[in-house]
Ligand binder design. Sequence first.
Ligand SMILES: [Zn+2]
Length: 142
Amino acid sequence: MATRRRAQKKHYRLEPVSESDVLRAADMAIQILRITGTQDLDELGRALSEPESAAASKLSIFVFDSEQLTLLSNHAKDLRLLRNKPTVALSECPVCHLVSAVAGSVTKCNLTNGCPGKPAKSSVAKRVEIPLNILAEHQSAA
Ligand SMILES: [Zn+2]
């Protein structure tokens, strides 16, 4: 790869699209797996433990706020169920609040007998470019 001049690199943040906390965390986590080309959180963790890895470098242009980091760490156990290729997402039942891994679509709750809930499924967080002036504030605050 050619050496880049020190032009300001574009930075991005992730914007979850789901409603509930656990699914918002999953929206971000699945996008992080896609960005880094890793299969699951275990592989991601191994990749990020080496600061010079390709995964770490790809993720370095994404800025996370403390609320997002808290969300990810609060739901780390459920997020370990996620897979990148093929995608395994999370579903959460709005009635019994159980979370499970789903590969296809979910139409009804099958986690609790007789539960009338229709589970929501996690999606993929959007990548939003951070304007340079906002980014400068982020970096000076850090
Ligand atoms: Zn349910």
